[in-house]
Design a protein around this ligand. Structure first.
Ligand code: ANZ
Ligand code: ZN
Length: 806
């Protein structure tokens, strides 16, 4: 039979017998295996889809055979910009193109032969899904975790919408690489910062790639320091700075205030007003990202005001400069030019005093050192002494009411309003009398209207839909207007894994007891690019919903695997514009989907990916043919039983079982397949020896099929049937290891020195002469005998090793 026929045959049977149906009765053995949400793009499945879905499916099949009740759902992250942009270009409504794309992708995913349970599918653009996205919004809103504020936001002029900080990469829009602009807008935020500490500390407990955890740690950016209060010279104002280096306070020779800080207006002296205002206007043009850049020229302006350094009473000037951010710490910095590079650069430019007060850590090496004694006379390079010094200084300042311990986080609240059409509407109305009023839960969903003009003009398309915008205030019944923005699609994907197990629930987003049993996700597989976006947002959602009483676990994804990327044959990322994309279709047509899948497993390290080459696919095809021929020999093999090669074959078999079990578990598919090849070689050797035990041979071939079933599901099922196995091979238990077959035999050797027995050494049996010689010479007793002597020759005989020494 041709591969395509075999695939059709078994997919039909799996379907008819509902092989992949998740059985809730077995939830005690559940294994929730999830690939990151699919975006319905409309293009054919590419190598990347196969790599992600196909290989994770192999893992799922393996887990199933191990006796787990596998829950592997599929669904679509269906809202978002690409469909809307496509609509703007072609006039095809996002709803229509998305539905068509989903249908196409479903069909292809089904043909892949993956064990998805489609009964649990969700699509975020369906009202019965986004109704609950809106419900999640309201839960956060009622607890003060969703709030509206006017803030300078990241505006992408090409996508015509605001972006979250996480969507701005090096000052550019993550999606279209346009430079991001600053714009003052009133927007909805989720208070993810309320969870900064837990998001950070719980990372330690997760079985996630270290690199991703580090990225989240850095993004959260915890910094332990103190707040120090300075008085204005005339005592008319006090202000506070945040510092992680209170121990350098003696070296503070000036103060810098962020240009936006309201104190600037109050402290600036009349003769400096004009210059300071000009500087504020200049600074308003730069984004926070620009301002943080280390290569950017330092600029600033003197306010005319002076402050008093609380530790030594020194009179120091106050500057405005945009290298200090208004949104971090207190928006004011104590500048210590001798020990901080930014301050040093600034002090040089504006000719401010530079005073070195700490040994060891300073900007230029040759600054003279001023010893102020007990407080700061510490020579520290490491965090610990620095922390001690911080403690000493802050405790000292606490006595004068001028210091406090303080921890800051870089993490900012998550901006979720988008000025786009194709997303979940925000369930809030604005009433002249009542202000912002949430839609009652019973009135959800707030439906997204179909007929909307979404030609971009910098405002929200829903503003132009009168029937949508105008509504009644749920509180007073008066005329009100709806929020015209839609939610960031990352909101939709922050909770989809909670909906899957209960996707048909019409009364609530999920049944609490049920999802407390089904979650967390046991194995989550997807790209590393979501480290500080989806993977952080989902963790926040779970924690917030837990605290709101809707679930009882702390983390969504216990164990995470990032698949690598398959590059084009030219070593570049596959892209249409480079013309280096590889389509799986022709390979699947020629070799079958099993061979294609197994090649992806064998040809790459799953986590690393690599450059596509088609050479390896032929090797896999030949390997599969070898397995088929081996199966064909089962019925014809002759022998009396109990053959000489039995032990070796048993060893090869159990070794393969043991290693492949470990390999599949760790997503090390390439080595798993290599072990299967070794076992196949051992089987050929055994069969060709002319002396074989037909029963052992048949059993071993069958075990090989079981081991290969996750990697070549259709073919394994077919061969299993040919060998008289019971349907389905995926209902068979995973092979177990007979450890005793792995114990190598040992033999004892007499070791002679110049013909006289001097030692007895135990080595593994079956070693070659060279290996025996090495083992004997490495033995401690033999080494002791040989001390001070020169080995001239080693003669290995049957049970005796004679060492000739001089
Ligand atoms: C004095 C000092 C001396 C500082 C020294 C550093 C080195 P992290 O670790 O990122 O939290 N800082 C505080 N608020 C700031 C703001 N709004 N904009 C720009 N810089 C700000 O950094 C904390 C340090 O960054 C603080 O400690 C402060 O400078 C500066 F040798 O205070 B430091
Ligand atoms: Zn009202």
């Amino acid at each position: 039979m041709r591969p395509s026929e075999i695939e059709k045959k078994w997919q039909a049977k799996w379907d008819a017998t509902k092989l992949y149906r998740f059985d809730p009765k077995n939830v005690a053995k559940k294994q929730y295996i999830l690939e990151m949400f699919s975006y319905p793009s409309g293009a054919n499945l590419h190598v990347g889809h196969w790599y992600n879905y196909g290989l994770t499916d192999s893992y799922a099949r393996f887990k199933r055979m191990q006796g787990f009740e596998v829950f592997q759902p599929q669904g679509f992250d269906a809202f978002g910009l690409p469909a809307e942009n496509y609509a703007i270009k072609t006039g095809i409504h996002p709803m229509d193109s998305t539905r068509a794309n989903i249908a196409k992708m479903e069909e292809q995913l089904k043909r892949m032969g993956a064990t998805f349970d489609w009964d649990y599918e969700v699509k975020t653009c369906d009202p019965d899904y986004y109704r609950w996205t809106q419900w999640c919004f309201l839960q956060l809103y009622h607890k003060g975790l969703a709030y509206r504020k006017e803030a300078p936001v990241n505006w992408c002029p090409s996508c015509n919408t605001v972006l979250a900080n996480e969507q701005v990469i090096d000052g550019e829009c993550e999606r279209c690489q346009s430079p991001v602009k600053r714009k003052l807008l009133t927007q909805w935020f989720f208070k993810i910062t309320a969870y900064a500490e837990e998001l950070l500390s719980k990372l330690d407990e997760l079985d996630w790639p270290e690199k991703t955890k580090t990225m989240q740690r850095n993004w959260i950016g915890k910094s332990i320091g103190g707040e120090i209060t300075f008085d204005l010279e005339d005592g008319s104002e006090r202000f506070t700075v945040f510092t992680t280096r209170a121990d350098t306070l003696y070296g503070c020779t000036y103060v810098v205030v962020a240009p936006e800080h309201p104190i600037v207006g109050r402290i600036t002296t009349p003769e400096h007003k004009e210059a300071v205002q000009a500087y504020i206007d200049f600074a308003a043009k730069a984004s926070d990202i620009d301002r943080m850049s280390t290569v950017r020229d330092k600029t600033g302006c003197f306010t005319g005001a002076y402050a008093i350094n609380p530790v030594n009473g020194r009179r120091i000037p106050i500057y405005v400069a945009d290298y200090v951010l208004y949104t971090y710490g207190t928006g004011v910095v104590m500048a210590v030019p001798a020990h901080d590079e930014r301050d040093y650069e600034f002090a040089q430019k504006y000719e401010l005093p530079i005073e070195r007060v700490i040994k060891g850590v300073n900007v230029p090496d040759d600054l003279p050192f001023t010893d102020y004694g007990v407080l700061v006379n510490s020579q520290h390079h490491d965090g610990e002494t620095s922390q001690q010094a911080l403690k000493t200084v802050i405790e000292e300042l606490q006595k004068k009411d001028a210091g406090a311990f303080k921890t800051n986080y870089r993490l900012r609240d998550w901006l979720i309003s988008r000025q786009r059409y194709w997303g979940a509407p925000i369930p809030i109305v604005y009433c002249e009398k009542c202000g912002a009023v949430p839609i009652p839960e019973s009135e959800l969903p707030v439906l997204l209207p179909y007929d909307v003009d979404f030609t971009p003009d910098g405002t929200s398309p829903l503003l132009k839909s009168d029937e949508f915008i105008n509504c009644k205030c749920p509180k007073c019944g008066g005329a009100a207007k709806r929020d015209a923005d839609t939610m960031d699609t990352f909101v939709c994907s922050s909770w989809y894994f909670l909906r899957y197990p209960d996707n048909k629930n019409e009364k609530e987003a999920w049944n609490k007891e049920w999802i407390d049993t089904m979650l967390p996700v046991d194995k989550y597989v997807g790209g590393a690019e979501h480290a500080c976006l989806h993977l952080l947002y989902s963790r926040f959602f779970v924690k917030a919903l837990r605290d709101l009483g809707h679930l009882s676990f702390d983390e969504p994804f216990l164990s995470l695997v990032h698949q690598g990327t398959i590059l084009g044959p030219d070593g570049q990322k596959m892209s249409k514009s480079l013309g280096n994309t590889v389509s799986p279709d022709e390979y699947i047509q020629k070799f079958g989907s099993d061979v294609f899948r197994m090649y992806l497993m064998f040809g790459f390290s799953y986590i690393e990916g690599g450059v596509w080459s088609e050479d390896g696919i032929k090797a896999i095809s030949r390997f599969v043919e070898r397995v088929e021929r081996m199966c064909a020999r089962v019925s014809s093999i002759q022998g009396k039983g109990a053959a000489a090669g039995d032990k070796e074959l048993r060893y090869a078999l159990n070794y393969a079982v043991k290693q492949m079990t470990l390999d599949y578990d760790r997503f090390q598919f390439n080595t798993a397949i290599a072990r299967a090849m070794e076992l196949t070689n051992a089987l050929y050797k055994y069969a060709d020896s002319g002396e074989a035990d037909p029963k052992l041979f048949a059993e071993t071939v069958k075990t090989l099929l079981l081991l290969l079933a996750p990697a070549m599901p259709h073919l394994a099922e077919e061969l299993w049937e040919q060998l008289g196995g019971q349907y389905s091979i995926f209902n068979q238990p995973w092979p177990s290891v007979d450890e005793s077959a792995l114990a190598l035999d040992e033999i004892e050797l007499g070791v002679q020195l110049n013909g006289k027995i001097r030692a007895r050494v135990t080595v593994a049996s079956g070693l070659s002469k060279e290996e025996t010689e090495q083992a004997v010479l490495a033995d401690d007793a033999v080494k002791a005998q040989l001390a001070g002597k020169t080995v001239r020759k080693v003669i290995v005989a049957k049970n005796i090793v004679n060492i000739v020494v001089g």
